[in-house]
Ligand binder design. Structure first.
Ligand code: BDP
Length: 328
């Protein structure tokens, strides 16, 4: 039994039967949070999820997705989902670390050997262990989405070795692990909301940031930071998630529909992701981006040793998940 089936059994049967007895069928109109623009793979997959849920529940469970982060920053939205103020959302596991410690494991640089391995592990025991941690904090995972690999970009110089990061002002997502990651290469890290990055690079508040090709492209960061260096230091899965509070309002049949629709949307998202990644790389290059690959990633990996040491010293209970990923 995996985490997706187990959660079905945790629905509060008593509350549900009361609600359903009173109303016949439960009607629910949900609010969904999304940080991305409307034609982004995540956004298209989320729309397909909600359309499927509405159709399969005969219009009893419906929803509206608020794209472009209009419902607030990602760390805030994660809290709102936990509180049940926002019903569902699509999150990077990066900023989720503050609320769900287990998710921090996938924010360790170079933890996954490759993206296909990440898929395999998230669809197996690793995803299950992380999903359990999320549920314990009020967030129900419905499907793991792909976000490729994140690489550094900046307006100053291409990065080929960790020494090239020295002195650069780099925006990171809100999580202390990413600050430590940049500091391990003697760069200056600034945690900042996604929406502020373009202006901050443009005005020189930071020299650059790090992200996957579709986000680098869809935010137009490539217009202001033309060196994109394929360090691929972070492979952080994303998640379509529902508030446990909302989940508990659904009947068991509706829960089953929601879970199946979540998984189906993840399949679509992963396919769309591949296409968008290729298209984004082409678009940024046509727009003047200078892309460099990294001949040898070993020095970057070696530079991350103190990040791992500090993490494991502070979170000994998470070592089993780290070991699971690293095959120890
Ligand atoms: C994108 C993620 C998004 C993050 C963003 C960021 O999809 O969830 O908010 O990076 O860097 O790749 O903040």
């Amino acid at each position: 039994m995996n985490v997706f089936t187990k959660i079905k059994l945790t629905a509060t049967a008593a509350t549900l039967s009361l609600t359903c007895a009173a109303t016949g069928a439960l009607a629910l109109d949900m609010r969904g949070w999304n940080i991305h623009v409307e034609d982004y793979p995540v956004s298209i997959a989320m729309e397909s999820f909600i359309a499927e849920v509405a159709e399969k529940t005969g219009g009893e469970v419906t929803g509206k997705i608020y794209h472009n982060g209009v419902l607030g920053s990602q760390p805030d939205a994660i809290e709102q989902v936990r509180l049940g103020v926002i019903d569902f959302g699509e999150f990077s596991l990066g900023p989720m670390g503050q609320s769900v410690p287990e998710t921090n494991v996938v924010s360790l640089p170079f933890i996954f050997p490759s993206i296909p391995e990440m898929y395999k592990m998230m669809d197996g025991e690793v995803g299950e262990a992380i999903g359990k941690g999320m549920i314990a904090k009020g967030i129900v995972p419905l499907g793991w989405y792909d976000a490729g690999a994140r690489s550094f970009y900046n307006s100053v110089r291409p990065i080929n070795t960790p020494a090239d990061v020295e002195g650069l002002k780099v925006r990171v997502m809100s999580n202390d692990l990413f600050v430590k990651m940049v500091e391990a290469m003697d760069g200056n890290a600034t945690p900042m909301a996604f929406a502020e990055v373009y202006q901050s690079i443009k005005t020189g508040v930071v020299d650059g940031a790090e992200n996957n090709p579709p986000s680098y492209e869809s935010t137009n960061h490539y217009e202001v930071a033309k060196y994109y260096s394929l360090t691929e230091h972070l492979i952080i899965p994303e998640c379509l998630c529902m508030s446990l509070k909302t989940w508990e309002k659904l009947t068991p049949e509706q829960q089953e529909i929601v879970m199946a629709a979540g998984r189906k949307s993840a399949e679509l998202q992963r396919k769309l992701w591949q296409e968008r990644e290729a298209a984004s790389l082409e678009k940024v290059q046509a727009g003047g981006t200078i892309i460099n690959t990294i001949a040898d990633k070993a020095p970057f990996q070696a530079a991350m040793a103190p990040v791992y040491e500090a993490f494991l010293a502070e979170n000994p209970d998470l070592k089993p998940i780290v070991d699971l990923i690293q095959g120890n």
